[in-house]
Design a protein around this ligand. Structure first.
Ligand SMILES: Nc1ncnc2c1ncn2[C@@H]1O[C@H](COP(=O)(O)OP(=O)(O)OP(=O)(O)O)[C@@H](O)[C@H]1O
Ligand SMILES: O=C(O)[C@H](O)CO
Length: 524
């Protein structure tokens, strides 16, 4: 008769491989998934990433391998949800050379940071940096327009002796609006709003924003010429494309009006564009005025990505290794429909947990599905190889880490977010995979601490989700069809599966953690 025996790898062998040093062996799988997410977020804190990217030696500073000399010539501008903490750290490190600065940050952020006890991310009372709050609800408004004007003014006054440090993070586009005349702020806002509502991707949205802005698409670097410009960027876009993060204000790029028109056309908006937008798109030559003092300057800058989803996943991997799991990073670029993404995680869990050699159909479906959600075949094969090795070598615990920004097709009117919906769907995919002592656990969380318009960042699920919901009278399918994942997780077991770290002060998109426990071997 078949019997099951828990055969975990002998500890000395594991020590040799350097994989297992389980510091939290008493933690539940749920807690370990949360701890892994915490480590991911911790790694991309605004002050941490700045500290790690600036090396100060006396009156010189090395950034991204480039040595720069300081002589009380440092100016600073910034825009984005995380730049307040970034600016505070820059001022701590280089404050004695700082002449002045202006940053554009989300409405209410200073008060919120104060309330959350995060005063280390706030500027000192005697700071030389002016903080301007605006862009309520992540939309450009008069306040962020004023901040953008202040930033443009500062940049325009610089000389070749100056160094301009630019701090950029997600949300920067809305915090730096500078529409090319005669486009008004309201018209630009309408264009971006309508595009977003039509389902345009962030790549499409920011290509359009670039074409209509004085500061995006290299405009800020252009206005700062002939000063030296260095940007420190916390990326919230898949693949870390410099020209698209916050619409690339320090990355000179040519605008192709045909490309912009085709994006508008694709979303059926071209024919209803205001006359001002049509006029700007029809212009030939440089976007900046002919009489502009820098009209022919290239506006070159050093652009350094100092924090990204990849950094978060790498640090999460280190943490989960300490917890006793072998980490494998699937991809930092998971995108596409959450339905397909959840299917992929379900298949990977099945592949990892299969007691026999996994049926080839699983690997085939993984390879077919992966590219549809932004994961390269090479990464899928590498991940399955690690999962397969663990099984072949004796069922060690593994952790698949990934990140990115999947999408949800909104058909209902409920409250939720893409992370909670993904976790809910993966929970369904894992159904039936309950292996002793515990089956796989999946966590999906937004690194900014907020998943859609909800108070949670995401949720943690496992194979027991379906039965747990049923026992509590909750019908998962009806919550899913109403995009009501937040209500579902709030009601289920008093909300204990919700991931709610609160405001994290950073944003490198989402993090996915699939923990596969060490599995007992079947001895016949
Ligand atoms: N009820 C819902 N269920 C599932 N997803 C939702 C729901 N409502 C909104 N969303 C999704 O949430 C996303 C917006 O959430 P969020 O504000 O976290 O986005 P974001 O892209 O992370 O923004 P940012 O990068 O500015 O923080 C959109 O992709 C939207 O489709
Ligand atoms: O501000 C923006 O454009 C988005 O957050 C992407 O960087």
């Amino acid at each position: 008769m078949a019997r099951f025996l828990s055969l975990f790898r002998p500890q000395p062998f594991l020590g040799l491989l350097g994989r297992r040093n389980p510091t939290f062996c008493n933690m539940s799988m749920d807690s370990q998934a949360r701890e892994t997410f915490r480590a991911a977020v911790e790694a991309v804190q605004p002050d941490t990433v700045v500290r790690q990217s600036i090396e100060r030696n006396g009156d010189s500073v090395v950034i991204d391998g480039c040595r720069l000399t300081l002589s009380h010539n440092l100016h600073l501008v910034g825009f984005g949800k995380a730049v307040l903490g970034m600016a505070a750290e820059v001022e701590r490190i280089l404050g004695d050379h700082l002449v002045r600065g202006v940053i554009s940050v989300p409405h209410g952020i200073q008060q919120t940071l104060q309330q959350h006890g995060k005063s280390h991310l706030l500027l000192e009372a005697n700071s030389r940096i002016k903080v301007m709050e605006g862009a309520k609800h992540n939309l450009p408004d008069d306040d962020s327009l004023k901040a953008a004007e202040g930033i443009k003014q500062l940049a325009t006054e610089l000389t070749e002796k100056d160094l301009l440090l630019v701090l950029i993070s997600g949300g920067g586009s809305a915090l730096l609006p500078a529409p090319i005349p005669p486009i008004s702020l309201q018209e630009k806002l309408d264009v971006t709003r309508r595009l977003a509502a039509a389902g345009a991707t962030i790549q499409e949205l920011n290509k359009v924003r670039r074409a209509l802005s004085l500061l995006k698409g290299g405009g800020l670097a252009h206005h700062a010429h002939p000063a030296q410009v260095v940007s420190l960027i916390l990326s919230d876009v898949i693949g870390d494309p410099l020209d698209l993060i916050a619409s690339g204000p320090t990355v000179t790029c040519k605008v192709w009006p045909e490309e912009v028109s085709s994006i508008l056309e694709r979303h059926k908006l071209l024919s209803s564009m205001p006359a001002s937008v049509t006029q700007v798109l029809a212009r030939q030559g440089p976007r900046w005025k002919e009489n502009d003092k820098h009209s022919d300057s290239p506006g070159e800058a050093l652009n350094a990505v100092i924090g990204s989803n990849t950094v978060a996943l790498t640090c999460a991997g280190q943490r989960v290794r300490e917890l006793g799991f072998r980490p494998v990073v699937l991809s930092p670029g998971v995108c596409g429909n959450v339905r397909l993404v959840s299917r992929l995680y379900g298949l990977l869990a099945r592949f990892a947990c299969s007691r026999e050699e996994p049926p080839p159909e699983i690997a085939a479906e993984v390879l077919r599905l992966g590219p549809e959600v932004g994961v390269e075949s090479w990464d899928l094969c590498r991940t399955m190889q690690v999962l397969g090795e663990e099984r072949a070598e004796g069922w060690g615990a593994t952790c698949v880490l990934a990140g990115g920004e999947p999408t949800v097709e909104l058909t209902g009117k409920g409250r939720g977010g893409r992370n909670q919906e993904l976790a809910l769907r993966v929970g369904l995919e894992l159904r039936g995979l309950e292996l002793p002592p515990q089956g796989p656990v999946f966590l999906s969380g937004g690194t900014d601490g907020q998943d859609g318009p909800t108070e949670a960042a995401g949720a943690v699920t496992d194979a027991g989700l379906y039965d747990e919901a049923r026992a509590q009278g909750l019908d998962i399918d009806s919550f899913l069809s109403n995009n009501d994942s937040y209500t579902f997780f709030s009601r289920l077991s008093a909300g204990e599966r919700l991931l709610a770290p609160g405001l994290t002060c950073t944003n490198v998109m989402d993090v996915h953690v699939l923990l596969i426990p060490a599995i007992p071997i079947k001895i016949s």
